[in-house]
Design a protein around this ligand. Structure first.
Ligand SMILES: [Zn+2]
Length: 149
């Protein structure tokens, strides 16, 4: 199962279109890294609804996630700060945009998070990256295939 990541950041202090694009770009990046992004722009609440209605829907989404991803400038946002506190209190792991010491990926075989670059999982999986531990399995399957078993 893919790890769900809630994207959190300031919305009110920027133009709506710019924010939407920023959240979508973050979602795309997280998807490429093997996560399942949860974008609060898709919380099902009308954009012009009350702040509290958004907060209620957003927190519900957040608590269903394994990670929270804090976009740059999140400190400016009351909502993002609240989400950060909720995440910390619930044991949801926090990631910060641009503050990763190294690249991270989700192993497409065991589903764990690893840093650095993964291995090509073919022929166990098609696409994605796998960790060094799971790569052993991949290597032995390749050897078997090479022997024609
Ligand atoms: Zn693995």
């Amino acid at each position: 199962m893919k790890k769900k990541v809630y994207i959190s950041g300031a919305i009110a202090h920027y133009g709506m279109d710019e924010r939407r694009a920023t959240f979508e770009a973050a979602a795309l990046r997280l998807k490429e890294q093997g996560f399942e992004p949860v974008n609060p722009f898709e919380n099902g609440v009308p954009a012009d609804a009350h702040w509290m209605a958004h907060m209620k829907a957003d927190i519900a989404l957040l608590v269903g996630c394994d990670y929270i991803y804090m976009l740059n400038g999140w400190e400016l946002s009351k909502g993002a700060k609240l989400e950060f506190d909720v995440a910390s209190s619930c044991g949801i792991k926090v990631m910060f945009e641009g503050q990763k010491s190294s690249r991270e990926y989700v192993c497409c075989i065991c589903g764990e998070i690893h840093s650095g670059y993964g291995h090509n999982p073919h022929p166990v999986k098609h696409g994605g990256e796998c960790c060094p531990e799971c790569n052993k399995q991949v290597v032995s399957m390749r050897a078997q295939l090479a022997k024609g078993e």
